[in-house]
Ligand binder design. Structure first.
Ligand SMILES: CCCCCCCC/C=C\CCCCCCCC(=O)SCCNC(=O)CCNC(=O)[C@H](O)C(C)(C)COP(=O)(O)OP(=O)(O)OC[C@H]1O[C@@H](n2cnc3c(N)ncnc32)[C@H](O)[C@@H]1OP(=O)(O)O
Length: 240
């Protein structure tokens, strides 16, 4: 395993400095389109294959794209900068206007999309609206190392939070993480692909309860299990 990871790392390093390809625009938006839509402005969609994606990640991506054809699943586009309808809502209701207009947010970008292709978080999320669940395909790159050869637990927690956040935001709109509870059961090899299956378990007033498991591509290894609580933000309350 170590040898294949080293080979993977070498090919990922080789990708450093590679320029971004042509804009990857989303053509397959469905129910969650208002939440995640890129149509207000033309932004690159990062939830699409790039040369750093492993065979496993591309294969799974293709399988889920097939599932999208009958409309039961949809791929969620992902922007580096906040370009979604809901994030505009979020700014309108919850952010200090001085922060929005000032220098502070001009350089802001989504934490998980801040790395060059292949070095950090490579992922795509698919949503099943009827079943209130999402599947996140995630390949963690060499900059996310914790224990040598393995992913940092914080990187796994981050991806779980993003997967949960998407799952909760589709039903709840502007939500924030109130609680995350993770059991790390097996270390995740660096550069490997894992699948995060999340679901909305319960909606109780402004509270959205979610849970997930993180598994290997062949589903034989259970890496982590987690639960989360997201709170639908109240426009009458300030978030600061
Ligand atoms: C996801 C964004 C959606 C919009 C954008 C969509 C576009 C999508 C684009 C890209 C996807 C990327 C996805 C990224 C995801 C990342 C998400 C994060 O990392 S969020 C940052 C970390 N979280 C914080 O910083 C919160 C800090 N906490 C707070 O601000 C407040 O505590 C907040 C808002 C969570 C709740 O505050 P209150 O004042 O509105 O509500 P109260 O009254 O305190 O609680 C409501 C109910 O919830 C319970 N509650 C609150 N916190 C709880 C807790 N920790 N445990 C148990 N219960 C809790 C309370 O007991 C209350 O329950 P009773 O109604 O009385 O039954």
């Amino acid at each position: 395993m170590l040898r294949s990871c080293t080979a993977g790392l070498r090919s990922l390093w080789a990708l450093r400095g590679r320029r971004e390809g042509a804009a990857r625009l989303s053509a397959d938006l469905q129910p969650a389109r208002r939440l995640f839509s890129t149509e207000k402005a033309v932004h690159k969609d990062w939830a699409l294959p790039n040369p750093s994606w492993s065979k496993d990640l591309k294969l799974l991506f293709d399988q889920f794209m097939k599932k999208c054809e009958d409309g039961s699943w949809e791929r969620l586009p992902s922007c580096k900068h906040t370009c979604t309808y809901k994030s505009e809502d979020f700014k309108t209701y919850f952010l200090d206007p001085q922060l929005v207009e000032g220098e502070g947010l001009s350089q802001a970008q989504l934490f998980t999309r801040g790395f060059e292709d292949g070095l950090g978080f490579e992922y795509v999320i698919f949503n099943n609206n009827d079943e209130k669940r999402t599947v996140c395909l995630f390949q963690g790159g060499p900059y996310l190392q914790g224990i040598p050869g393995f992913l940092h637990g914080g990187a796994i927690a981050t991806m779980i939070d993003v997967a949960f956040g998407s799952c909760a935001a589709i039903s709840g709109g502007a939500v924030m993480t109130a609680n995350l509870n993770i059991n790390f059961k097996r270390p995740v090899p660096l550069c490997s692909v894992v699948v995060i299956h999340s679901q909305l378990d319960k909606l109780e007033g402004r509270k959205l309860f979610v849970s997930c498991n993180v598994r290997s591509v062949d589903e034989k290894t259970l890496y982590s299990e987690a639960t989360g609580l997201f709170i639908k933000l109240d426009p009458k309350k300030s978030s600061t």
